[in-house]
Ligand binder design. Sequence first.
Ligand SMILES: NC(=O)c1ccc[n+]([C@@H]2O[C@H](COP(=O)([O-])OP(=O)(O)OC[C@H]3O[C@@H](n4cnc5c(N)ncnc54)[C@H](OP(=O)(O)O)[C@@H]3O)[C@@H](O)[C@H]2O)c1
Length: 323
Amino acid sequence: MSSSGSILMNNKIEIPQLALGTYDIAKEEISNVIESALSVGYRHIDCAWLYGNEKEIGASLSQQFQKNEIKRSDLFITGKLWCSFHKFERVRQQCVITINDLQCQYLDLFLIHWPFAFVDHDPQNNEEHQSNVDDEIDFIETWRAMEVLVDEGLVKSIGLSNFNEEQIERILQICKYKPVVNQVEIHPYCPQIQLEIFCKIHQILLEAYAPLGANNRQWKKENDPEILEDKTIKSIADKYNVHPAAILLRYIIDRNLVCVVKSANYQRIEQNFQCINQNHFQLDEEDFNKIHNDIQIRFRYHQVEEKKYAKEYPFKQWKDFIP
Ligand SMILES: NC(=O)c1ccc[n+]([C@@H]2O[C@H](COP(=O)([O-])OP(=O)(O)OC[C@H]3O[C@@H](n4cnc5c(N)ncnc54)[C@H](OP(=O)(O)O)[C@@H]3O)[C@@H](O)[C@H]2O)c1
């Protein structure tokens, strides 16, 4: 990490290490959330067409730019291509829609959200959105279309999300531009150690989503293990006199990964941002190892249960689940 809190990606572009996640932030709330995040210092915003709030984020960004306190070039904005738009000719169209909705002129990073595709969907058409898997659309076709976006200057960098090693390997065999990142779920119950080793070899940076265990998920089950309630995490938090969330965020930051955390609450937005600051507190090696090596529970909070039959569902194998 550089002193500015950024990490250099394989295309020599810097990415701010801490990002504000925008999943599940209501349209009515988003403007305040963006304003709060920018005011406390976030410069990286993680968006996706799926989250249904890109137009509102765009309106809020535009307001912030008008105040002249922040410029477009100060920000790092990530968008994601949803599974319904994996066909070659659809990728550019969808990217332009996202750029227009976000009012951001270009994307700093555009990710393929999941490796499997849904039946092609025209985003201009108001008919109900289809989410039936279409195994005939190969993500190789999608990646080739993503590369054209770089050549056209619509996006600065392109990457992946929720891809496993074999799927990344296939991209690496054909690519003109290497993926700069792979955004996946990472926290002590899903540490992704093997994937991290693989990605390091290929200079692909891992981005950690759900670092706090996605406590807001609607599909929560009664017996799910909650990482914010974990005994080891809580005892380490007591030792440093911080909230367990701060320990979980530092765990990602100390691994030199990008950390994508969502909050719609001003105080928590601010507290989470403080965690990037080494002066706030640092985990000592023993505590880091307790989290990294001693916690035995394994759990994924984001699983897309109903898509498990898709040919390219990424987490079928035991090794994709237990790192
Ligand atoms: N690529 C993908 O497929 C994918 C999948 C999932 C998520 N993501 C991205 O990753 C982001 C983060 O993941 P996530 O939203 O699933 O989960 P998360 O960031 O692990 O957790 C968010 C939950 O934690 C709460 N929270 C935030 N800060 C807290 C703190 N300091 N103390 C206690 N609770 C706190 C939030 O509540 P409040 O809002 O009330 O603070 C919210 O309920 C998403 O928003 C999205 O941008 C990507």
